[in-house]
Design a protein around this ligand. Structure first.
Ligand SMILES: [Fe+2]
Ligand SMILES: [Fe+2]
Length: 324
């Protein structure tokens, strides 16, 4: 049985388990006697777990275990100061075809092809010829499109799934449609275009090998910059694209995180920018809550543990549903 971390946290002391996990962090420590042991943090798609290899075999080479490695572990649950901290009996590297990648990354619950078709249909509704041309240039580019449909929306907080970016993008677009209908002063075409493109830079921000990880480019530049740069380049390929429209669109992208401390170099200063910012925050937060509930409770009901970013436990006694 390939144990899930979510379930290990519910096991009583002494219970044995085994499974495949990714090493998130590993340190070689020493007992007082000088003998080495390993202190690890491992993960799967349901969470992270601190675990110790307290008594590795004397001849074991402990330096071969690195962050990002997939390992097979046999262990038993121990409690340390009331917290679950299992001890390993056996650990080795996993073979490529021994485990399922889905243990580590989930796919979006929505059908990716259907969602992408939906996105192309929305592009068809854009009246402004320059914005429409821009969206077509981007989404009819095979390289961009194939990256876009696979990319996750985030590493852990929200839409941390294959196809998560597409799912999140459609979520933000739908919220923006409602806002544009309610507030007639908003330029609907500009807002919808900005919503479709707001996180485009994430195609360079994340890698999905075994787990979702941020790329060097993502860490050093971030999706607000890489997205703005790509959009700007594509705009420059379109003859006669109005300069003011370019500035207003880029402003939406640059300000969509709303605050300097969340990585936006500009605060929202147009109706479209402020609408996009809150639509983005709304979609990512509700989804972030939902994913935390799924990760923590599975099929169960009640309270989750405190969310590490939102800083509250979450209550849920319904049933997760993805019916359209
Ligand atoms: Fe973003
Ligand atoms: Fe976003």
């Amino acid at each position: 049985m390939d144990a899930l971390i979510r379930d290990i946290y519910k096991m009583p002391a002494g219970q044995e388990f085994e499974g495949f996990f990714i090493i998130e962090n590993v340190e070689i420590k020493k007992h007082r006697t000088g003998e080495p042991y390993l202190r690890l943090i491992v993960s799967d798609r349901t969470g992270t777990l601190p675990i110790l290899w307290w008594k590795p075999p004397k001849d074991a080479d402990l330096t071969i275990f690195k962050k990002g490695d997939v390992v097979f572990i046999k262990a038993y649950v121990e409690l340390f100061q009331g917290n679950v901290q299992p001890k390993i009996r056996l650990m080795r590297h996993a073979e490529k075809n021994e485990f399922k990648r889905e243990k580590f990354i989930r796919s979006s619950r929505f059908n990716i092809d259907e969602q992408f078709t939906k996105l192309l249909e929305i592009i068809e509704t854009i009246q402004n010829p320059y914005l429409k041309k821009l969206l077509e240039l981007i989404f009819y580019d095979d390289e961009i499109a194939s990256a876009f449909i696979k990319t996750p929306g985030g590493k852990f907080i929200h839409h941390a799934t294959i196809g998560g970016l597409l799912e999140h993008t459609l979520g933000v677009v739908e919220i923006c449609e409602v806002v544009a209908k309610r507030y007639k002063s908003i330029d609907r075409d500009l807002l919808i275009t900005a919503a479709i493109l707001h996180d485009l830079g994430k195609i360079d921000e994340y890698s999905i090998d075994m787990a979702i990880d941020r790329t060097d480019e993502g860490i050093l530049l971030g999706h607000i910059f890489t997205g703005s740069e790509l959009i700007s380049k594509k705009i420059d390929e379109i003859e006669g694209f109005p300069k003011k429209l370019k500035i207003k669109l880029l402003h939406c992208i640059l300000s969509h995180h709303g605050e300097y401390e969340y990585g936006s170099p500009k605060k929202p200063k147009t109706l479209e920018a402020v609408a996009l910012h809150y639509a983005d925050a709304l979609d990512s937060k509700v989804k972030g809550y939902e994913e935390h509930i799924e990760r923590e409770l599975g099929e169960g009901k009640g309270w989750t543990k405190r969310h590490f970013a939102y800083e509250v436990p979450i209550f849920f006694d319904g049933e997760i549903s993805y019916e359209e």
